[in-house]
Design a protein around this ligand. Sequence first.
Ligand code: SF4
Length: 388
Amino acid sequence: MRLNRSTKTGGGKRGPGKGGSLESGRRAPASPGEAGEAPDSMRDRRGAWRLSLLDLDAAGLEAFLAGIGEQAFRARQIREWVYRRNIIDYAAMTNIPAMLREKLSSDLPADPFASCEPVRTASDGTEKLELATRDGERIQTVIIPQDQRVTLCISTQAGCALACAFCATGAAGYRRNLTRAEILGQVVHSTARSGRRISNVVFMGMGEPLLNYRNVMSAVRELADENGLAVGTRKITVSTVGVVQGIIRMCSEELHPNLAISLHSADQRQREKLAPSARKWKLDEILEAAELYAAACGRPVTFEYTLIDGVNSSQADADRLGKLLKKRSAKVNLIPVNPVPGMKFKPPDGDSIRRFKLKIEAYGIIATLRTGRGSEIQAACGQLKPQV
Ligand code: SF4
């Protein structure tokens, strides 16, 4: 099938929708968008969707304040508290008049989360936070310090409908999309927690980002805003299992973050066993969409490949991957599978990993090996799952 740049993601039905069952008993995923474009606001304790401060961009906040008779400079003041000082509590915004703070507290709640708690810290400094949304969902964020950099791995959905065979998030099922405020709130809370500027943001936590397209791209724009969080577009990575329509849609965005595609296999049938979504978004379509995106952003796409012993890590698998990606604008990131309680997969031994990497490099492909930062605290790829 030739891909069409004008292909749109589907509309806003909530819930994972219907899908065929897999050999593993997991269900095939929903159509793009069927998992639901989230509303622009969070659900309060009474169950009504409610706008919160971080849902609004600069223009939106100015418009909101104008609506209650306030001037535009107040929006700049509030945004500086949030995005420069990492404070999402009106009570602490001392240059805002008390009456306005009171009004905003009731009409435009500042913090989209009811709580933000550190869960565990690994010996390498990687820290996992668990945040509770106002309607009781629990999501996780991982802070990964490394030398001068601090990388943040954020979630885009509460749960995930895509049920990849090796992923704890997928095994826990899908709850709902996160709002723009809940996505950005993870960054603000994490920055406050770490006490350091976040240098890189990866959308690789819980959920499939491109099934929450509108809120994810709105958050990307806010992250990149020079007057706000100022994380450069090249320091932001959106990771997808291969939601083709979402990748095509990203081509026509003004900003082009890095794109990572979770491939896991160069064989269509093997891929379907590891990632049920492969039944819907076929390898050749994903590769074609990736080429379009690489051309649109002027940088190669990264293909992530989870290495699983006895499943997809043989020399023949490496050969297939090399043949598939050679001559493409692509890099490969190899990720030895991280242990998940109750799942039988284990990573290959060091020698097999090294030989796999050498084999694909022989095809002229740049390959990197991801270290399992945070795996000892269940904070690495595929391990995120609420504590309760
Ligand atoms: S690996 Fe990503 S897309 Fe697959 S189930 Fe887990 S969170 Fe969802």
